[in-house]
Design a protein around this ligand. Sequence first.
Ligand code: TPP
Length: 644
Amino acid sequence: MDDLISRINKPADLRNFNEEELKLLAIEIRKEIIRVVSTNGGHLASNLGVVELTIALLRQYNLPEDQIVWDVGHQTYTYKMLTGRYGDFCTLRMCNGLAGFPKRCESEYDCFNTGHSSTSISAALGILRANNIKGDHSKVIAVIGDGALTGGMAFEALNDAGQSDMDLLVILNDNEMSIGRNVGGMAKHLSAIRVSKRYLNLKHRTNKILSKTSLGRFLKKILEIFKHLIRYIIRPEKVIFEDLGFKYYGPVDGHDINDLELHFAASKNIRGPVLIHVLTKKGKGYEFAENSPDKYHGVAPFEIANGIPLPQRNEGDEFSSFSEAFAEILCDLASEDDSIAAISAAMTSGTGLDKFEKRFPKRFFDVGIAEQHALTMAAGMACGNVKPVIAIYSTFLQRAYDQLLHDIALQDLHVVLCIDRAGIVGEDGETHQGIYDIALLRSIPGMTILSPRNYEQLRSMISYALYTKGGPVAIRYPRGGEPKNFRRLTNERQEKIIFDETAELLHEGNDLTIITEGIMFSYAYEALIKLQENGIKCDLLDVRIIKPLPAKQIIISAIKTKCIMTIENGINNGGLGSAVEELLSDNQILVPVIRLGVGDHPLVHGKISELFRIEGIDAAAIYNEAVNAVSNINSSYKTINSSE
Ligand SMILES: Cc1ncc(C[n+]2csc(CCOP(=O)(O)OP(=O)(O)O)c2C)c(N)n1
């Protein structure tokens, strides 16, 4: 009977449901989450864990006047369904469909956009302070996971909020997991609190049983003697949040709607900041996700009956992705060189480093969601003559710009950044696109930026970064695997190469120079074949190194063709195209440069191929731009010649 959800048009409708109906509703919601995520992909386990928590919040608070800031925002599927978006839920993560994260432009119920971790307490405190200035007494709630709590920003915000007199409610959604098992001292602290709760529950039950007989009462007395001792051993002396200035309640069973609501209702009468510690099970209600919440954190489309992802790997591929290739290559090198250490900021499996962790546990460090700390710690390791390799998604590296500049580059320390998910990432949308790294990294002094187009280049660049180059070196590679079409079109075999800071000329012609980075050469090559059929012949230069640019090769080609087109998997402003323009202008070579890349706007969610099309950097767009460029050049020469 799948009709309870459709009876909810606004959160207040939830108040009409009785306890039994709420339980059935939670089942329906989980079914719908599993159904949609199994076809669209998305964040599964986190969403299955917060169904009851979301229902309880929506029943207790008056939204949209009261506001909820969801940390990371990947767990808002139930929230979306219950705040008027159930009808559109099947479009989740699709181009022009619902976003996978909160979006203010999508609904009045989304009060703050999130995507990167650990921002919720700061944002909620800001909204609350603004309300306070305006005399508005609405409630503001931050929901933050135990993983997100490992991020430095969360501590900064707790530090501020705890000493404020703001009526901020922080809900700590503790499922013992970040994407993988949560790490660090805070995780241990939370675990001690959980254990003490279990102990107290057990004690309560034991007391009840023992009180029933005289032997039992005797045993109970003996147990009493140990009680304080045991409690002292397992319970933390104090809950850290209390010392920071929060009133702490919990832990509460996050799947008991009634209990959750009692706590929320009670907290409304308490002045000052309150933290309610809620325990949930990541993946709840779907066996495969409950058993392996890490594997089902973010998933591609899968078969519901067995939880198995629909096939992705092409037969005969050496690796399924750049991430896998990176991990294998690094493990090979680390087996020969015990000065190599690897660092992850809570993205161990996503970056492929789980392999490294298994093989070299003493040289692997997961620092939690702490990108800034990861980079400065790497700087410290480099001072200690270890070779730190940080595997990090492009989007999350943004957090650590100052650490890269201040702690690594200004000391010219040898740290290798392997930047995964560089370029357009697709369905996770604007907060996760890896399109800013070239522009950011170009501004860092002494930085080397490399961009491999295939696994073999990646292999040679990792060796180059570790053994040839000093200072900070970044290697950026995209989500997914190496392009297949180029090899199909050219019968290119992957030769073993030794990278030497030069570009590679993949095709020669006199009419136009096309300069690409990374996998963009494959789109360019497809366009180039069509251009050739239409009489336009191009140089195709795979730049391979973005900083420092292979200046000589670019200049020679520019002088020959008198027209340049750059194509990059990143933003136009400050990217490869800008670098080429600067190079030519610095050398007084005045030829037009047409820059194809992502425009100056947030890049929404959708399939990678759709976004390439929308941004005008797929093969068709390259072809059209090239035809226009060459004909403009020809006509401007004609104009110049006829006026002579
Ligand atoms: C700054 C930043 N780094 C990394 C990530 C990738 N990431 C997304 S969710 C997540 C784990 C969050 O764990 P938790 O807050 O406990 O939420 P759960 O998924 O367990 O409910 C990570 C590391 C991110 N979103 N932001």
